[in-house]
Design a protein around this ligand. Structure first.
Ligand SMILES: Cc1ncc(C[n+]2csc(CCOP(=O)(O)OP(=O)(O)O)c2C)c(N)n1
Ligand SMILES: [Mg+2]
Length: 503
């Protein structure tokens, strides 16, 4: 969906904000204030339908909204003139626009993610300039979540075009002003007319269904390639695509090196994707930013997963993954904090990472810093005794800023963990060491997102997320095969793996 795109364009009303719902509320408030008769509240539930019908009826008039206010005057036997009702409507609206309007749930998270990823963001809408001024400068809900002035490079409104959607003028103007081709853009829309306008401009369109456009779903589906019910589904979709890129990076690195550990790298690809592209506060331009969240890959042999994630997140060039394990490359077989931007701890000797993560979490507490520390352990790795000394320590110091993730793929270097030296029951063990336990499917992006959110809100003790995973996940012939713990694919296997991950 975003491949090859430079610019992401948003419609405003209905797409970024629930404006229809707000105008319904405004009209109900207006009627309460002007009516001199008993109000039929059942009818008010149909206010949107009534308003749309009247606006259609008055569409040839000079000001359809003024006529609609005339209709309200007659219907509710108001003493005010229709102009006074019109003015009152806007006065009520002003408060709603300032205090009630808000981004739709998670819209701001998508905006931030896209901006972080380097996309140019634009608004191309039929919203009135006067309302947009309020959203931009006075509405605190919007300002606090994602300030429009800061995130959007170009804003086109009703006054900027002669013809409204479904005429594509507003989108064509974006192409012109930003000097880009239609195939370099993606539009987020909510309505049939918006989708039609996008189609007519030759730009790909993704729809975020709005409950008010339900009647047109079939037609919208026919006209556009990508459909979502809400913003979290868009975010999930983007994360799933990212995880595929990261898996491809893992295969590329291990293939080019003809050595390394693909199995355990593929099993943590989804977890690292959510951490680096959704959960953690980091800055690829400033890898040593003091306030950043920290990450320790205690099972350091899965460096290909960490490198592919850091590269895709912008810490270094994705092309460099091809130098993995090569002589003179900075990307050696195990993570090295001295030489690789974004690596917080040197690891590879199993069992030690949690102790280092404890140190970072204790340092944050001593320095009164709010950063969090994430530590990924292998399920074979937790057979090491030092892990349990560290678990005891995390509990003693109430490290609620520490989140441990056990990659429970059930295999280690040469067999099933329960046959080599069973650490089960892993949940009961960490629980008895004072941890809060969260169990998830480590390949379900939504469950991973939720688990980190829950962990962030647990106070007074550390959290352990036990992620049920599949070693080799994503490459059919590697899945659940202990033989792919530390082996590189040959050319044929490499091609097949890349093909499977490109689907
Ligand atoms: C202290 C130490 N002992 C042995 C090894 C060799 N080794 C590398 S990976 C591995 C198995 C790890 O299994 P697990 O933690 O389950 O990793 P995953 O399945 O995620 O690859 C072993 C024994 C090592 N790196 N460090
Ligand atoms: Mg394992």
């Amino acid at each position: 969906m975003l491949k090859g795109k430079k610019v992401v364009i948003f419609d405003m009303d209905g797409t970024l904000i629930d404006s229809v719902g707000i105008w319904n509320e405004i009209d109900i408030e207006l009627i309460k204030q002007i009516s001199s008769v008993k109000i039929d509240f059942n009818e008010l539930n149909r206010i949107q339908e009534i308003r749309d019908g009247k606006l259609k009826e008055y569409s040839k008039c000079k000001d359809a909204y003024l006529e609609y206010c005339g209709y309200l005057k007659e219907k509710y036997k108001s003493n005010l003139t229709k102009q006074e009702i019109h003015d009152l409507r806007y006065k009520i609206a002003e408060d709603f626009l300032k205090y009630k309007i808000d981004y739709k749930e998670n819209a701001e998270n998508l905006i931030k993610k896209l901006k972080d990823d380097g996309y140019i963001l634009a608004i191309a809408s039929t919203t009135k300039g006067k309302n947009m001024e309020i959203y931009k400068n006075e509405n605190k809900n919007i300002k606090n979540k994602a300030d429009i002035n800061q995130y959007f490079s170009l804003i086109l409104l009703k006054e900027d075009v002669r013809e409204l959607k479904p005429n594509p003028e507003v989108y064509l103007k974006v192409l012109d002003l930003l000097n880009v081709q239609p195939e370099e853009c993606l539009i987020f829309e909510d309505s049939l007319i918006g989708v039609q306008a996008a189609n007519a401009s030759g730009i790909d369109v993704a729809v975020i269904y709005d409950k008010y456009s339900d009647g047109n779903r079939k037609e919208i589906n026919r006209l556009c390639q990508y459909h979502f019910d809400n913003y979290i589904d868009v975010i999930k979709y983007i994360l799933i695509q990212k995880a595929k890129e990261i898996r491809k990076g893992i295969i590329e690195a291990v293939y080019q090196a003809q050595s390394g550990h693909p199995g355990g790298s593929l099993s943590i690809a989804d977890i690292l994707t959510v951490l680096y592209f959704h959960e953690m506060h980091i800055n690829p331009q400033n890898p040593k930013w003091e306030e950043r969240d920290r990450f320790v890959l205690s099972k350091g042999h899965c460096a290909p997963a960490l490198y592919a994630t850091l590269a895709n997140r912008g810490f270094f060039d994705v092309e460099d993954l091809k130098t993995f394990r090569h002589i003179d490359s900075y990307l050696q077989g195990h993570p090295d904090r001295k030489h690789i931007p974004g690596v917080d701890m040197t690891t590879g000797s199993l069992g030690q990472g949690l102790s280092a993560a404890n140190g970072m979490a204790i340092a944050a507490k001593l320095d009164h810093k709010s950063y969090r520390v994430y530590c990924v352990l292998g399920d074979g790795e937790i057979e090491e005794g030092q892990i349990w000394e560290a678990a005891m320590t995390a509990n003693k110091y109430h490290l609620d800023n520490l989140c441990v993730i056990v990659d429970n793929n059930q295999l280690q270097i040469d067999g099933k963990i329960e046959e080599v030296m069973s650490p089960y029951p892993v949940d009961e063990k960490f629980k008895s060491f004072g941890f809060e336990i969260i169990k998830i499917d480590g390949h379900d992006i939504q469950e991973i997102i939720n688990a980190f959110e829950v962990a962030r809100n647990i106070k007074g003790k550390p959290t352990c997320i036990i992620a049920s995973t599949i070693k080799g996940k994503g490459v059919s012939f590697m899945e659940n095969q202990v033989g792919w713990h530390g082996k590189a694919p040959n050319e044929e296997q490499y091609k097949q793996a890349m093909q499977e991950l490109s689907k």
